[in-house]
Each structure stands twice: as structure tokens, then as C-alpha cells.
Unconditional design. Structure first.
Ligand code: SF4
Length: 310
């Protein structure tokens, strides 16, 4: 998630660079540092589409987005709780957050285009450090040539690298795709719905395995990336310092049958609502009541600092 305290902004603050230009530069390099990088506008010059243009300055991104979905939230009653957030039990927060997410995102389509478990596995591998949009632009070319482990294994890593060159870390990912295809062929030629098998593949970690198991096979999993990790902390659902700890905490407060949807819903929420700038927790449909007063106050000075530098 990209926020005012986004570590991506630290170089800009340290070097005293204009935040607008810095974010525009990040977007031009394909870093998913804010919402505009995920939108169809992302390829346009930052001075026309960045988050700080005069038009956008008048209506901060989160306000526009929240306004678009007010009709979905209205039947949930007041979003702010009379209870101090610190006094709410973690389970009560999770129940309320689940209710809001279900209203906002009743459908949870898989964001990465794929044809079967193997092509989803490839797409998820490619998505590390890259936007889903960029992956979806590249995979049609890759799958036209190699949409099975046998076809991928027949390519050499350099051929794969050339096809996926627009994606970050292309050389490493090409080598891993080549090796992984051989590993799958050695195991019978199919992606097996098994944690140990998936995590044994080149370039496949726990999160990637979880995404494939949940989205390709419907097996309950709660993949936690840095975005979900940070939101879970902001919402008071976890105090974990690692993604593994956060995954355990989230699995405790959400029912197992909701895990696969919750993973995607939290990602969708982060992309849609969490801007790079104007980070106003008190106006957010969830943070306004779920985050602690201490956290809201701690965010305020950072917000002021960022806006003053503009
Ligand atoms: S206040 Fe809203 S926009 Fe900011 S981190 Fe929380 S959920 Fe995201």
C-alpha cells in the first residue's frame, strides 16, 4: 500500500525533491507506489495525471473513491463507532471489517489473467515487484509461446527473458521459470495442489504457493504480502512484525471459508482507497474507527510534513 509514510517517499524527503515529481518518476519506472500507477492513466505524464494536479488536489483520491461507493456503505449504518477503537475486541473489528469488505467487494475476480493452475503459477511468479496490469500485458505473449511446463522447459532462459523483459527482475524470473518447468515435468508434468510441492519450486515462496492454492484450487489460504501486512496492523487485526505472524493472526479472526475472498478484498481495498498522499485516517471507511487514536495522531504530523513540502 502506498501511503504518506510510504518508504518510497523517504528518498524524496531526504533529498528534498518535489514529491509530485518523485512519485511521477516512480510511476514511470513502473513502481506501484500509488493508485495512479494501477490505473489506465498511469502511462501519461505525471503533471497531467499525478495525485497532486490542481484538479486532484481539490478532491483527494480517497474522497472521490469513497464517494463512488457511498451507496454500497450506506446500509451498513454509521461507519464510525462510538466505542474507542482500542476498546474494541480484535474479533469485533474483524467482523465489522468483513462486513464492509463484503459490501464493497461482493465479487472477488482473480486479478491475474490465466488459463489453468500452471499459467496462474507463472503469472503470480512474475507479479513480484510488478503491477498485475503489467503482468497481464506480458503473459499473453509468453503463453502464446509457452503455456505448459513442457513448452516452457523447451525454451532457454534467455528466450524467456526477452519475452518478459518489461517486467522487473526479468533475468532472475526467466531462470526460475525455466527451472520450475523442469521441476514440474520431473514430478509428472502437472502443478500439484500441495504446499510442500509448490514451495519446493524455483522462485516460489509461501505467499505465491498460497495464492495458487486458493485461486487455482479453491484451497483455503491467506497469502499475506506487505500491503496486507500493513493494513492488518493499521486496522488493529495483528501486531505481528512478520508476514507469517500476520497471516496467523488474520486466520484466527476470519472464518476459514472467507480466507480466499478476504485476501483479495483487502488487496482491492488497499488499491482503491489507500493513496500515496493526503492520508487521512479519520475519513477512511475502516481506519476511521478501526485504527487507534494513537495511530491517527501519529499519522497527522507526517501528513502535514508531506503537504507542506508540496
Ligand atoms: S486510512 Fe484508509 S487509506 Fe489510509 S491506510 Fe487506512 S485503509 Fe488505507
Amino acid at each position: 500500500m502506498a501511503n504518506a509514510d510510504n518508504p518510497c517517499l523517504i528518498p524524496a524527503l531526504v533529498l528534498d525533491l518535489p514529491i509530485n515529481e518523485f512519485l511521477g518518476w516512480c510511476c514511470s519506472l513502473g513502481f506501484p507506489s500509488n493508485k495512479t500507477a494501477e490505473t489506465p492513466d498511469a502511462g501519461k505524464p505525471p503533471e497531467k495525471t499525478g495525485p497532486n494536479t490542481p484538479q486532484r488536489r481539490a478532491i483527494p483520491p480517497w474522497r472521490r473513491q469513497i464517494g463512488h461507493r457511498d451507496h454500497l456503505l450506506s446500509d451498513l449504518g454509521p461507519l464510525t463507532s462510538p466505542l474507542a477503537s482500542a476498546a474494541m475486541r480484535r474479533q469485533d473489528k474483524a467482523d465489522r471489517i468483513g462486513e464492509i469488505l463484503d459490501h464493497l467487494y461482493p465479487e472477488t475476480p482473480v486479478p491475474l489473467d490465466h488459463r489453468d493452475p500452471y499459467t496462474l503459477l507463472v503469472a503470480v511468479m512474475l507479479s513480484a515487484q510488478t503491477t498485475d496490469k503489467k503482468v497481464n500485458q506480458v503473459t499473453p505473449h509468453l503463453f502464446a509461446v509457452a503455456d505448459t511446463p513442457a513448452k516452457m522447459a523447451a525454451l532457454d532462459p534467455e528466450q524467456i527473458r526477452v519475452i518478459i523483459r518489461e517486467i522487473g527482475l526479468a533475468p532472475t524470473k526467466a531462470k526460475n521459470l525455466h527451472l520450475m518447468a523442469h521441476q514440474i515435468l520431473d514430478a509428472g508434468g502437472e502443478v500439484i495442489a500441495d504446499w510442500d510441492f509448490l514451495e519446493s519450486l524455483a522462485g516460489v515462496g509461501h505467499k505465491t504457493a498460497g495464492v495458487v492454492l486458493s485461486q487455482a484450487f479453491g484451497i483455503p489460504a491467506f497469502p499475506v504480502d506487505t500491503h496486507i501486512h500493513r493494513l492488518a496492523a493499521r486496522w488493529g487485526l495483528s501486531d505481528g512484525t512478520t508476514v507469517e505472524h500476520t497471516e496467523r493472526d488474520l486466520k484466527k479472526v476470519f472464518a476459514i471459508e472467507t480466507w480466499n475472498a478476504r485476501h483479495l478484498q483487502i488487496i482491492f481495498f488497499g488499491r482503491e482507497y489507500c493513496p500515496a498522499l493526503y492520508h487521512d485516517l479519520t475519513a477512511c471507511p475502516i481506519c476511521s474507527w478501526a485504527s487507534t487514536k494513537k495511530r491517527q495522531l501519529s499519522e497527522a504530523p507526517k501528513r502535514r510534513r508531506v503537504t507542506q513540502r508540496r
